[in-house]
Ligand binder design. Structure first.
Ligand code: NDP
Length: 245
């Protein structure tokens, strides 16, 4: 699928150091975007920025730290002229049986997946609304529609993203298009951070045979962003063709 080049458009991608974020940064750079890559692993995003070229920059930013996001937004404004696209992608999936043993995991997920996306958005909102039309891409999940045993708090963060996105869509139209992306299993390092060993091993088995790649998701996001401004694709649910729920 070919999309027209977008000279001068700037995209900010959180969680750009691996998986879906890195793949989307590559897909957007390939059609002319300058990308601001945000993540904690600075070595990875610096290497990716060099690979992408076209003025792309790497900014170390933890989405749970508002001061770091404010500093990142200042750099994007000063060095790139502001963001046209914000992709809220940073996240962790710390699955496991509900228990006090995992209370730190619950706080980490809420602070990164949900509050991190909310904070990044309020910090970058002026930039998104000040150009010729902004786009907000929120990465949710199938888990934002279907809760299962052992995924409760992760699902809660993604259900939260879904409700918040719909509210924002109504508030920001037509200046900023809001798109919710809900992937099923995608072959990334996401399950490797699960702290509960038995859960990590069980989930990893499903990821070891994952057929959908981060590049598949990135291609969909690039397609969404390339639509003419009168058309907003507000929600995309995408799964491996053989994924049941
Ligand atoms: P990865 O683990 O490859 O990517 C997660 C990214 O989030 C990394 O770049 C990581 O960067 C970043 N991140 C995590 N915590 C923080 C933080 N506190 N501050 C800044 N960055 C952070 O997994 P995916 O690519 O799969 O995940 C991307 C998104 O896609 C997540 O929101 C996930 O929930 C969602 N998703 C993934 C699915 C899948 O099956 N893979 C399915 C459905 C949704 P760093 O550690 O360098 O900071």
């Amino acid at each position: 699928m070919s999309t027209p080049p977008i000279p001068g458009r700037v995209a900010v991608v959180t969680g750009a150091s691996s998986g879906i974020g890195a793949a989307t940064a590559r897909a957007l750079a390939a059609v002319g975007y300058t990308v601001a890559l945000l993540a904690r692993r600075i070595d990875r995003i610096e290497a990716l920025a060099r690979e992408l070229g076209n003025g792309s920059i790497a900014i170390r930013a933890d989405v749970t730290d508002r001061d770091q996001l404010v500093a990142a937004a200042r750099r994007v404004q000063d060095e790139l002229g502001g963001a046209d696209v914000l992709m809220n992608n940073a996240g962790v999936m710390l699955l496991g049986p509900f228990s006090s043993k995992r209370r730190d995991d619950y706080r980490t997920m809420v602070e990164a997946n949900l509050l991190g996306a909310i904070t990044a958005t309020e910090v970058f909102l002026d930039q998104l609304t000040s150009g010729s039309g902004g786009d907000l891409i929120n990465i949710s999940s199938v888990a934002g529609r279907t809760a299962r045993a052992t995924n409760g708090v992760y699902a809660a963060t993604k259900w939260g993203i879904n409700g918040w996105s719909e509210s924002l869509r109504q508030e920001l139209l037509p200046d900023v298009r809001v798109t919710l992306i809900e992937p099923g299993v995608v072959d990334t390092e996401l399950p490797s951070h699960i702290t509960d060993e038995a859960t990590r091993e069980a989930v990893q088995k499903g990821y070891d045979v994952a057929t959908v790649t981060p590049e598949d998701v990135a291609e969909v996001i690039a397609f969404v962003l390339a639509r003419p401004r009168h058309l907003a694709i507000n929600e995309v649910l995408l799964r491996p063709a053989d994924q049941l729920g």
